[in-house]
Design a protein around this ligand. Sequence first.
Ligand code: RIB
Length: 633
Amino acid sequence: MNIRDIAKLAGVSVSTVSKVMNGKDKDISEKTKQKVLKVVEEEQYVPYLKYREKEGLKSHVIGLVIKKDNREGEQIIRSCQRAAAEEGYGLLIQFADNLDEIQKCVNDMIRKKVAGLLLDSKKLINTRKLEDATVYLNQTKEFDERQKATFYYRLSEAGRMAAERLMREGHEKIACITLADERTIQDGYRMAMREANLAVQPLWVYEGKNLEEIEQYGIQQCLGENVSAVICGSQEIAGCFYKTLERLQISLPDSISMISIGDGKWMEILGDGITAVRLPAQEMSREAVISLVKMIQGEKQIEVMRKFSPSIIERGSVNGSPKEKEGERIVVVGSMNMDITIEVSRIPLKGETQLAERVYTFPGGKGGNQAVGAGKLGGRVYMIGCVGNDIDGKQLYSNLMENHVHMDGVLLNPSVASGKAYINVDQDGESTIVVYQGANRLLSIEQINRCRYLFQNAKYCLLSLEIPEMIAEYTIKFCRRNNVEVILKPSAVEKIKEELLKDIAYFIPNENELNTFIPGRMSLEEKAQILREKGVENVIVTLGERGCYLRNQEYSMYFEGTGFEAVDTTGGADSFISALAVYLSEGMDLIRAIGFAVYASGISVTRYGVQPALPDRKALEIYKDEIYSRYQI
Ligand code: RIB
């Protein structure tokens, strides 16, 4: 800003400005002089400082130093500007990154002779003669007690309010996602949970370095935990969360409730509006300016420390917690493969070359499918397995996580590619599969042992055999020691020793697998009975479109199929097993649970691929009445 700019702004000539500045203003009217002085003061025109000193005038400018990353920076600046103008003051704003920079800005402002200071700092700043004309603004109570005047609100209080608001609706599984430097929000959330005697699981809380990290990992981690509500540490996090829910077609607030810490236009627009904790930055700034002006004008300030409280803005993102049937824990030990599904007119014969009609890539693998199936149905499911640290592995991992599978037991191994399955599907939906085990082969005894805590209090272990035989056998013994019931899907890839059959609670082969296990010309019922005699508690043979057959101590019973038209039968048994496990884990009797399993399998084969085709609870329970009336004993 130079003399020409000042002249232009004041609408006078350069020589008029010069005369006013140098006190040679006898021939200039008082009105013009005041007009010039107003502009030079507002613009902090440097020669004006000398003029003011000479005239013994007090400055009418307040300095505001604000941290660049202050989340409410915009609100604070706007509110300070408005309040200062109302009080007849101009505002000189400077931004700082750290303590050193704040001090530099303050020194500069003192040089410019500001009348008072508003400082965004927890630490005491040397403001020299302006000590009695300095007000600090804070977002925490943890500021230097030597600060004489401090206006503050607490982010921890906002976290606490959000948690309490959700708890009032009956939520107990509440996640909290914040940026790492806003940990105080989590402190408030934890305090509220502790007071309500609710445990906070480690994976319910996520602290991200930045928004990208939160979007990539934090949101999925919390969704994978099956929480019923989430506190988003900022509007930006709430926006990312909302976007993810939309992509996954998870309905807000029916399936999950959400509260944002911080309010703004976006929170009004998204969906039916996002309920938010409004931070009192505006009131705080306004009151700070008014107090500062009083201090500048020599009025004694009694109230030097003032706390402001956040408030809840109710909108449409909070609902009562869905009264879920909390099932018992299900652990899945098995394969995760990327499925390359090839649609052909018929399964190729030996030596034949065929043209594919279409090719799809879907996340699959028997273990992964069973885990996703259980997750979609609301089961408490924990996966143990290995994928490669490659694109396929990452996709498999995130697909499981997005479907509410706990992933603590999954390793991403950089030395081998992820497992793959090459699947031919013919016009009738029948399929053949060639599996490349890849990283699935790396599942080790150490990994199972490391996941010991997942088996504690688990009710079922879903085991499939695309992992090393030795690991499957070890898992069966491990389950016996931990009182976990094994639900085993045999497959042609690996075998298990006959002596282990006595430790299998549910043995679920298809007809081919049954015949491989018990070769010979006996009937299906007889073969199932042989398995029973070898110690299996329940034998369930899946029969594709014909339903299934159950053999146990009480029953020898067929369950008819659904009659749904199949386009791809791949993974029908995985869908069956996951539904069976979830309903059993919720305490349902075996006959009804098999009924739900038959329908889950029937629905899944009406679509291509496995994991995308697995039904969620809503899709399956449309058939609830039909299932109950059809499979009565
Ligand atoms: O049961 C179906 C699964 O078997 C496929 O997803 C494929 O990956 C193979 O493991």
